[in-house]
Design a protein around this ligand. Structure first.
Ligand SMILES: [Mn+2]
Length: 326
C-alpha cells in the first residue's frame, strides 16, 4: 500500500491525469473526484480531467459539484496517469470508459472500500483504508502536502463526507469524521449550501414519491426486511428521476426492527437497480459481489437484467433469506 507522500509524488510526476469513479456517482464519488482534482491543481498540476457521464437534466449534485466540467471522451494515450477514487474495480466504472481504461498501465487506486481480493488485484499502486468516506482521504493528501484546501475543495469533500455518513447518521461515524468536518469548516466549506441541495429541497415530485413509497413498502422475514419495487411505469406516471428514488435509499432500515432493506427500481426496460441496506453485522458484500455489484458491509447494490417488477418481488424473499442466514 502506498503512503500519502508516495501518492503525492506520483501525482506530481504525471503530465496528464485522468480521474474516474464508479458509475452513477454519488456525493462521495463526486467529492473524491473533485477533491482530488483540486488537490492536483494545488500541487501545480494543470492537466487534470474528471471523467463521468454527463446527465441531460440538471440534478441536485450539479448545484454542489462542477459536473458540467466532466469529460466523456476518454482516450488512454492522452493520459500518463489514471486515478480511480471510491472504487477499486474497473468493472464498476461507466460502460463507455471500460475499453480505453483497460489499456492504461499507470493506475493509482484510492478507496475506502476494503480491497479484500488482493490476490486478484492487478494494480500495484493503491491506498485502501477503512474510513467513512473516500472524500476524507483527500484531506490526508492535503495534510501530507501541508496545503489548506480552497473553500470550493473543502465544500466538495464535505459533501462527500456527508453523503457516505448520511450527515453523521451512519455507524461509520467516528472521531475522525468529526475532525474532518471541523477541518473542512475551517477551510471554508459551504456547509449550508451542501445541506440545502443534499437534504432540504423537497420537490413536489418527491412528495408524490413519498406517498407512493409509504403505500408500496412491504415487509417480510417477520418484519426484519423491508422492500419496495418501482417499475419504469411507476417512474413515468410519478414523473420521478433516479435521484428522487435514491433519496429513499437509507430510509427503510430506519424503521423500527427492520435491519435489511431492498430498494429496487427499473433503470431501463427489464434492468433493475437493487440497492441494499442493512444494520449491524448483516454483511451485504458477499451477496452483492455474487450478483455482480459491490459496496460496503451495510450498503451495497447491483444491477440485474431480464427482470420484471413481479419477478423481483418474488426473488426478494430468497435474497433476504440468503443474506440473513449467510
Ligand atoms: Mn464512498
Amino acid at each position: 500500500m502506498m503512503t500519502n507522500k508516495q501518492i503525492i509524488s506520483k501525482l506530481k510526476e504525471a503530465k496528464n491525469i485522468a480521474i474516474f469513479s464508479h458509475r452513477a456517482p454519488d456525493p462521495d464519488a463526486c467529492g473524491s473526484m473533485f477533491g482530488l482534482r483540486e488537490f492536483c491543481c494545488a500541487i501545480g498540476q494543470n492537466n487534470v480531467d474528471v471523467f463521468a457521464m454527463k446527465s441531460a437534466e440538471k440534478k441536485y449534485l450539479d448545484y454542489i459539484f462542477p459536473l458540467d466540467e466532466v469529460k466523456e471522451n476518454f482516450v488512454a494515450s492522452d493520459y500518463d496517469l489514471v486515478v480511480l477514487v471510491d472504487i477499486h474495480r474497473t468493472d464498476r466504472v461507466e460502460e463507455m470508459f471500460k475499453t480505453e481504461l483497460a489499456k492504461c498501465e499507470n493506475v493509482l487506486v484510492i478507496d475506502h472500500h476494503i480491497i479484500d481480493e488482493k490476490e486478484n488485484f492487478t494494480f500495484k499502486n493503491y491506498r485502501d483504508e477503512i474510513v467513512a468516506s473516500c472524500s476524507q482521504m483527500m484531506i490526508d493528501l492535503y495534510k501530507a502536502a501541508e496545503i489548506t484546501p480552497t473553500a470550493d475543495a473543502a465544500t466538495y469533500i464535505y459533501a462527500g463526507l456527508m453523503g457516505d455518513t448520511d450527515r453523521f447518521l451512519h455507524s461509520n461515524v467516528d472521531k475522525k469524521v468529526f475532525e474532518c468536518a471541523i477541518y473542512l469548516l475551517e477551510a471554508g466549506a459551504k456547509i449550508q449550501h451542501v445541506y440545502n441541495y443534499l437534504y432540504s429541497f423537497k420537490t413536489h415530485k418527491q412528495l408524490e414519491l413519498n406517498k407512493f413509497f409509504l403505500k408500496n413498502l412491504r415487509f417480510i422475514a417477520d418484519g426484519r426486511c423491508g422492500f419496495i419495487v418501482i417499475s419504469e411505469k411507476d417512474k413515468k406516471w410519478l414523473g420521478i428521476s433516479e435521484d428522487d428514488i435514491k433519496s429513499f435509499s437509507n430510509e427503510i432500515v430506519r424503521i423500527k426492527d427492520v435491519d435489511l432493506s431492498f430498494l429496487c427500481y427499473e433503470k431501463r426496460k427489464g434492468t433493475f437497480k437493487v440497492s441494499l441496506r442493512s444494520l449491524g453485522d448483516i454483511n451485504l458484500v458477499n451477496f452483492s459481489v455474487k450478483m455482480g455489484g459491490g459496496g460496503h458491509v451495510n450498503a451495497s447494490g447491483f444491477d440485474i437484467s431480464g427482470m420484471t417488477a413481479k419477478k423481483i418481488k418474488k426473488s426478494i424473499p430468497f435474497w433476504a433469506e440468503e443474506i440473513l442466514n449467510g
